[in-house]
Design a protein around this ligand. Structure first.
Ligand code: GDD
Ligand code: MG
Length: 333
């Protein structure tokens, strides 16, 4: 099975971490995020991945090179200018098979993609959207379903809460099975959004949706990136990362003073320094961050070049840039 993965977004909600490193290869727990993603696809029979990218593809290639032997085969399609989620698919048309999975590249999930593909074929659908039930549909694409699973309406990031239908709310989980003809019909070279320009038009015309059970998280905001980190460490989805009930992972090659408090829920990356009396909670320190004496870091993500000075309190912040390359196979303690 083939999958087209959208990895060309700018990742603005995670700035400044994503200033030089694209969101899909930010480190998550102990590896580049996209490695979790590609392992998920590989576990569901995907053997051919087309990566639709734009921002710094060379960084993604460099980061993933270490993992190549364990991942499905990758084809890189690069946009000179961002073409939007549908424009990017049109740009990759020459690589697409008649039926393919299409996915947003910022999802951490264990959804059963095989179930989505089976449903799509049973319905003879042109497009099938994987859906997730949520408490707040505001940041997502809200989908209205008919009794046979047909999509009646699609509204991207609904703004007016008073206009929402009654719950339960099923939203677009960024996981689709698509017929190539949908992409063929789009004009080439134009910026187009699959959520705003294509899906609303396909409602009632062979588009279906299927609610999926399991873990699902879009890692594209600081809060969700942190939650995904704790979910991996605490085993809320199955990965090859050993479960740690306190959610604490300290990588080898970091220095943590015995008088510092680290945890609950902390990742200390390689080459970080946490000196005496410092207090770090609910936070991720990426390789190289330095936390000064008696400083506190709470619910924050700090890039490799971040320095927190003596006695400073950092709370709910994203600071510094992510490190570019992650070497594989370093042990954690
Ligand atoms: N190649 C390419 N070109 N990729 C792009 C572009 C582009 O111009 N713009 C965005 N992407 C990629 C992003 O890298 C990301 O992987 C994916 O498309 C979705 O973009 P986001 O910016 O993360 O969208 P979102 O999270 O606000 O909303 C989307 O995902 C929700 C689920 O997490 C929508 O699909 C919503 O409908 C959906 O509910
Ligand atoms: Mg997203």
């Amino acid at each position: 099975m083939q999958a087209l993965v959208l990895v060309g977004g700018r990742g603005t909600r995670l700035l400044p971490l994503t200033e030089t490193v694209p969101k899909p290869v930010l480190p998550l727990v102990d590896r580049p995020f996209l490695v979790f993603f590609l392992e998920w696809l590989g576990d569901h029979g995907v053997d051919d991945v087309v990566l639709a990218c734009g921002f710094r593809p060379e960084v993604m290639q460099e980061v993933l090179a270490d993992w190549a032997g364990d991942l499905p085969s990758l084809t890189w399609v690069v946009e000179d200018e961002p073409l939007g989620t549908a424009g990017a698919m049109r740009h990759a048309l020459g690589h697409l098979e008649d039926e393919f999975l299409a996915l947003n590249g910022d999802l951490l999930s264990d959804f059963d993609l095989g179930e989505l593909i089976r449903f799509h074929r049973e319905k003879g659908a042109r497009a099938t959207l994987g859906l997730k039930e949520v408490d707040d549909p505001g940041p997502y694409g809200l989908v209205e379903l008919g009794p046979a699973g047909e999509v009646l309406g699609f509204s991207e990031k609904p703004e007016d809460p008073s206009a929402l239908p009654p719950p339960p709310w099923l939203v677009n989980a960024g996981t689709y099975v698509l017929d190539r003809s949908i992409i063929e019909e789009l004009p080439p070279g134009e910026a187009l959004s699959i959520e705003r320009d294509v899906f609303p038009r396909l409602a009632g015309d062979g588009m279906y949706g299927l609610g999926l059970e399991g873990y699902w998280m879009d890692i594209g905001t600081p809060e969700r990136y942190l939650q995904a980190t704790w979910d991996v460490l605490e085993g809320r989805l199955e990965t090859s990362v050993p479960v740690r009930t306190d959610g604490v992972l300290v990588h080898d090659g970091s220095e943590v003073s015995p008088t510092a408090t680290v945890g609950p829920r902390v990742v200390v990356g390689e080459g970080c320094t946490v000196v005496e009396g410092a207090d770090v909670r609910g936070s991720v320190l990426l390789s190289g961050a330095v936390i000064g004496p008696k400083a506190s870091v709470v619910d924050s993500i700090l890039g490799g070049d971040a320095v927190v000075s003596d006695g400073e309190l950092v709370e709910g912040e994203v600071r510094g840039q992510a490190p570019v390359v992650q070497n594989r196979g370093r042990d954690a303690r």
